[in-house]
Design a binder for this molecule. Structure first.
Ligand code: URA
Length: 217
């Protein structure tokens, strides 16, 4: 079982469809009130790798699926360049509701606070228990710190494999939104290349796993 670095009081059980249904009715923090819907994870029930983002944005909130907006488009491009097939992966978020503040008619992203993250952790823990990925990728600080603890820093510790619960390994890398937000073009490009390089490590590890399972069949 993959233990998150941060505590989870109760881990819901059941198939992914059941968990998705239960999460749709979650009222354990106030975020459900203003969001359109719970954005649960997406991907094969036995995906060998799980990618974990932060929280849904405005477009994910409307679509009900993770990583479909601008950050998702950048992630898709990075995955393609890294040799990863999105359809083979399970993509989810640390927090399952869109949090925002209204500025006129615009819904501006707001980071979920510690209590909201804590209330939502049960769903990520349940997804990890159910999918049992061999490789786990945290995109950005929120996911990375949920996996590896609050001392984790993306800028200095990204791209390094860590044992989660042998044989499960995890690494963290840039969140695609963080890359998009970098003001200097040079830095943005460098971070994008780092994201691709880290995802390429995941592609290589997946290929090695496929060879192993092929060899033991
Ligand atoms: N950012 C995230 O962390 N997750 C999404 O699904 C979209 C944007």
């Amino acid at each position: 079982m993959i233990a998150l670095a941060k505590p989870v009081e109760h881990v819901p059980t059941g198939r992914l469809a059941t968990l998705r249904r239960k999460a749709a009715d979650c009222r354990d923090c106030p975020l459900w009130r203003h969001a359109t819907q719970t954005v649960f994870g997406q991907g094969p029930a036995r995906a060998p790798a799980m990618l974990i983002g932060e929280q849904p944005g405005a477009q994910e909130d409307l679509a009900g699926a993770p990583f479909v907006g601008p950050a998702g488009q950048l992630l898709d491009r990075a995955m393609a360049e890294a040799g990863l097939d999105r359809r083979a992966l399970y993509l989810t978020n640390t927090v399952k509701h869109f949090k925002y503040e209204l500025r006129g008619k615009a819904r501006l992203h707001k980071r979920a606070n510690a209590a909201e993250q804590a209330a939502c952790r049960q769903w990520l823990a349940a997804e990890l228990d159910r999918v049992q990925p061999r490789l786990v990728v945290g995109l950005g600080a929120m996911a990375a710190q949920t996996l590896f603890g609050n001392a984790f820093r993306i800028s200095t510790q990204r791209g390094q494999w860590r044992d989660l619960a042998s044989p499960v390994r995890g690494l963290a890398t840039w969140h695609p939104s963080a890359v998009l937000r970098m003001p200097r073009e040079e830095r943005r490009h460098a971070a994008y290349l780092e994201l691709v390089a880290d995802l390429h490590q995941v592609a290589l590890a997946l290929a090695a796993l496929a060879r192993q399972t092929g060899a033991t069949r």
